[in-house]
Design a protein around this ligand. Structure first.
Ligand SMILES: *Cc1c(COP(=O)(O)O)cnc(C)c1O
Length: 427
């Protein structure tokens, strides 16, 4: 796509040019070149400072370059980085105990990226369905939702309905049934449609689809339906998890504890998928959590990853999860999310460009009053950039607002002023 880089320095232009020339064009980044981050801020190569309102798609919940997390990484990187799982290492078991107690599951299977963790969950679910539930071999079906985003592997795009993500990547993996999101009637019908349903994979809030928050009670009802049909409820909390929505997990519902699912959550998934902020954005770490009755279907040689569960990842993830607890990031996300949405709704009442504000905690979006094909949201994001705030459109006319959870109330107010000023330029 052609884009004009109005106002960019020649240094930035040259660096963008290198990416265009030597890198595959699989992304369409906002034209800004960053070289430093700290807390809620990032700086470009010319020294200009910005609020980060994307947080690397909610990977940087703990803020950029959190000293405790980076410290854990540096220390471990200087000691032992990779053993592979052919041998034990002194960090993995410590991480496994910490993360399972933190989220209240018997066992964890560590991987690296979110998509790998989703793949892992699908494999565990299928294997459980054959070996425990007793579905005939190769007959298992997994229910997924329309407009889902679970990553970019061949199997995952097989059940996406984003044409751009699928076109000319076939043939696709079979065994998925797609139903509308936020629709328990459709779920019930799908569950009744076949005795061979193994699982239901769902995002507690559809982030990439534009921060689509389901009806109150949807997840609990869906979980109850799954239980009634002996079907695994698989929550993809790669984006919604780790304090982003004002709870440790979005499936925690209204439980306000900081102990995660040790207490009684609104919905306890059978399989929980985590990624992104489990490392505070400093290193790729993902994880699949489940209880023994499910996780024990995996035996040596049946699944793995060279880097999954490596000592650096283990040390980083423990530090990143400690920061979430020590700095009360769930509470901060809940409190500041309310203030942010209130401010955005006030702006919307003065400026008709915003047709809707939605979200939970600090995972929010505004819907711009234009159609999905318009480039108005992109133009608005360029204007935000000019005024010192970085955000990116998702699905055409929606702009996600997801700052690091260490943001303060004064900074939120500052950002609201930037957002209103930028929007007023389009009046
Ligand atoms: C980002 C994301 C993924 C994929 O994670 P990667 O690390 O990019 O592979 C999966 N599910 C959800 C909900 C996500 O937001």
């Amino acid at each position: 796509m052609e884009q004009t880089h109005q106002g960019l320095s020649s240094k930035s232009e040259a660096l963008i040019e290198k990416e265009n020339k030597y890198g595959a064009h699989n992304y369409h980044p906002l034209p800004v070149v960053l070289d430093r981050g700290e807390g809620v801020f990032v700086w470009d190569v010319d020294g200009k400072k910005y609020y980060d309102f994307l947080s690397a798609y909610s990977a940087v919940n703990q803020g950029h370059c959190h000293p405790k997390i980076v410290g854990a990484m540096v220390k471990q990187a200087q000691t032992l980085t990779l053993t592979s799982r052919a041998f034990h290492n002194d960090q993995l078991g410590v991480f496994e105990e910490y993360v399972t107690k933190y989220f209240g599951f018997d066992k964890v299977l560590p991987m690296n990226t979110g998509a790998e963790a989703v793949e892992t969950a699908l494999k565990i679910c299928r294997k459980w369905s054959y070996e425990v539930k007793g579905i005939p071999e190769n007959q298992a079906q997994i229910i997924v939702c329309e407009n889902n985003f679970h990553g970019r592997t061949t199997t995952i795009i097989s059940f996406s309905n984003d044409e751009n993500a699928r076109k000319n990547f076939g043939p696709f993996t079979e065994g998925f049934i797609k139903i509308p999101y936020d629709d328990t009637d459709a779920l019930e019908a799908a569950l009744k449609s076949s005795p061979n349903i193994a699982g239901f994979l769902v995002e507690p809030i559809q982030g990439e689809a534009g921060v689509y928050v389901p009806t109150e009670g949807y997840l609990a009802k869906a979980k109850a339906l799954c239980e009634a049909h002996n079907v695994l409820f698989i929550a993809d909390e790669v984006q919604t998890g780790i304090a982003r929505t004002g709870r440790l997990l979005a499936t925690c519902g209204n439980c306000s504890c900081t102990k995660g699912c040790e207490n009684t959550p609104e919905v306890k998934p059978d399989i929980l998928i985590l990624g992104k902020a489990i490392s505070g954005g400093v290193y790729p770490v993902s994880a699949v959590l489940a209880n023994d009755g499910i996780m024990n279907v995996i035996k040596p040689g049946q699944h793995g990853s060279t880097f999954g569960g490596n000592p650096v990842a283990a040390a980083v993830a423990v530090a990143a999860l400690e920061v979430v607890r020590d700095e009360k990031l769930s509470e901060n996300a809940e409190r500041l999310g309310i203030i942010l949405r209130k401010g955005l709704n006030e702006i919307a009442s003065r400026n008709s460009l915003i047709s809707l504000v939605r979200g939970k905690g600090l995972l929010n979006a505004i819907v711009i009053d234009c159609d999905e094909e318009s480039d108005l949201a992109w133009q608005i994001c360029l204007k935000f950039r000019d005024y010192g705030l970085l955000a990116k459109p998702t699905h055409g006319n929606k702009i996600r607002f997801a700052p690091p959870l260490v943001i303060t109330e004064a900074q939120i107010q500052d950002c609201l002023a930037i957002i209103e000023k930028a929007l007023n330029d389009f009046k």
